[in-house]
Design a protein around this ligand. Structure first.
Ligand code: ZN
Length: 164
């Protein structure tokens, strides 16, 4: 890998690294402890929330009304694209968890059957001269017209965790 590529990786992944240390590694022990001591309030009605420290709403009713209220200003096209991206991510995640242990290449057919939209993605990266297309942290590389190889962006290292 060239130096400029390494620098680019660092910029992208230092963000993930930072989130990892804040949210996951230290989170369950030290970081959440701090939050537990602070009062958390419902994003909708501002009542104090009891229970788990990661809860954002006091009730399902508040969650629904918050999402309805904040979604109402979103243009239809944004709702549609958000929906496609999240659906793509869900499909990639499902395949990733199913196939990662067997290190399998997955037929494109299986993706299209599940409603995967290849035109929708969040970003692209060139890794070892292969182009990977991502929907959030899950990505794929088209090996040929019929098969794809999956990938997941990892916060643990510069670059990504490769398999298959
Ligand atoms: Zn509430």
């Amino acid at each position: 890998m060239r130096l400029s590529e390494k620098a680019a990786f660092f910029c992208v992944y230092s963000k993930y690294l930072f989130n990892y240390f804040l949210g996951e590694n230290i989170g369950p022990n030290v970081f959440n402890l701090k939050f537990n001591m602070e009062k958390k309030v419902c994003l909708e009605c501002e009542e104090t929330i009891r229970g788990r420290s990661d809860k954002k709403f006091c009730s399902d009713a508040c969650r629904t009304s918050y999402h309805n209220r904040t979604n109402i200003d979103k243009p239809e096209v944004i709702k549609f694209i958000d929906y496609q991206l999240k659906r793509n991510r869900k499909i990639l995640k499902k395949f990733y968890s199913q196939f990662s242990e067997n290190k399998m290449e997955i037929p494109v057919k299986q993706f299209t059957h599940m409603g995967f939209a290849f035109d929708f993605y969040t970003h692209k990266e060139i890794l070892q001269s292969n182009e990977f297309v991502f929907c959030y942290e899950y990505g794929y590389n088209k090996i040929d017209e019929n098969k794809v190889m999956l990938i997941k962006q990892s916060p643990f290292a510069l670059g990504v965790e490769l398999f298959a």
